[in-house]
Design a protein around this ligand. Structure first.
Ligand code: BT5
Length: 338
């Protein structure tokens, strides 16, 4: 799985003009770029360039314009616009096609629609706000504007159905490793889909799939990370936290975090596809919260079980050592510690 990173591929084949303008400013590294140079490089009129720059300004980009010198990019907004996420993104597939929405019901709904319309593997949908963010089992995910990463990634692995839950664990490792690397915060994984800081949930993963008979058609991998939320509604106040709350108000920027996350997710996804779950398992275990601890597993349509969480199996199921010495394999449940 090698080749040019996707932003280089875009450079060769060209994408929309605003993306190309942003790329030229990035390459200019804070120096002026003349309107003439821009219109020559992009093959469009200076009026068209001016129009695109005005649109970028409206989106929050700040330019200095100086007669005879041209334009200089002073500041980019921390809104994960598709152009920003894709600029310099070092991936082969993930994020090559990226869609940004100010507001959506759920990025999962959007990614499902794109998937059904034939979108390629690696397509990403990012929203600044979700008004009907989804959790598992019909639960909701609080996703106010400007405060988090609400993102869905389309994957099309050739995978047997029973292995699909492993992708939640692959994603959990990618998120933990990225956030630890970017912020130093010691996130822990609570099987199967929660990431916690100081015992509170900072991130949730929602893995949905469409399959025909035994074959996976696609997987919609939804990731929600509370980045700069300063507070939560009362029903979440005791159970939720954000990266900024855990860093005394310091929130990392969303756009670079998303980029790094896509790069890490792709690295681990390719590793998983090539070498199987055994290549990921030790990295998951290194960040697992409850191994060796007593837990309660509340299952849908099955009895609640209590025991000691002793690990995960090769499928990614949680292994629960029961009082009578038996080991139960838990495929899906909500876990309470103790
Ligand atoms: C999850 O479900 O944790 C999966 C969350 C996935 C969210 C992403 S955002 C992008 C993509 N698009 C979507 O529409 N969804 C995905 P679950 O394990 O069922 O947890 C849901 C529970 O977490 C809720 O019932 C609340 O108790 C709690 N919760 C809701 N919003 C939260 C938040 N922002 N932070 C922490 N906890 C939250």
């Amino acid at each position: 799985m090698s080749g040019n990173p996707c932003w280089r591929r875009q450079e060769r084949f060209g994408t929309n003009v605003k993306e190309q303008i942003l790329r030229l400013f990035k390459e200019a590294n804070g120096q002026f770029v003349s309107g003439e140079a821009l219109s020559e490089a992009l093959g469009c009129s200076r009026t068209a360039i001016w129009k695109h720059i005005s649109e970028l300004r409206a989106q929050g980009y700040q330019f200095e314009a100086v007669r005879r010198s041209g334009y200089r990019l002073l500041a980019t907004p921390d809104i994960p616009y598709a152009e920003q996420v894709k600029a310099g993104l070092n991936t082969q597939r993930l994020g090559c096609e990226t869609h940004f929405f100010e507001t959506v019901e759920s990025t999962q709904t959007e990614i499902h629609a794109l998937a059904r319309a034939g979108a390629p593997e690696g397509t990403v949908v990012i929203a600044d706000e979700q008004v009907k963010g989804k959790g598992r089992l019909g639960r909701s995910w609080h996703s106010p504007p400007g405060s988090g990463i609400w993102m869905s990634v389309l994957l099309r692995p050739k995978l047997e159905l029973q292995r699909c839950p492993q992708l939640t664990l692959v994603a959990a490792v990618a998120i933990v490793e990225t956030i630890r690397e970017q912020t130093g915060l010691p996130l822990m994984i609570k099987w199967p889909n929660d990431l916690l800081l100081n015992g509170k949930k900072v991130c949730g993963i929602l893995t949905e799939l469409r399959a025909e008979s035994d074959c996976v058609d696609y997987i919609a991998l939804g990731i929600g990370i509370n980045v700069s939320s300063a507070s939560f509604p009362s029903e979440l106040a005791d159970i939720a936290t954000s990266l900024s709350i855990e860093q005394q108000g310091q929130a990392p920027l969303r756009t670079p975090l998303i980029k790094r996350l896509l790069e890490k997710l792709e690295e681990l996804y390719f590793l998983y596809v090539e070498q199987g779950f055994s290549a990921i398992k030790p990295r998951w275990e290194a960040h697992a919260l409850m191994l060796g601890k007593p837990i309660t597993a509340r299952r849908v349509n099955s009895a609640t079980l209590q025991g000691i969480a002793i690990g995960i199996d090769e499928q990614g199921a949680l292994l629960l050592r029961m009082e009578d010495g038996r080991t139960e394999h838990i495929y899906s449940a909500d876990i309470d510690m103790g």
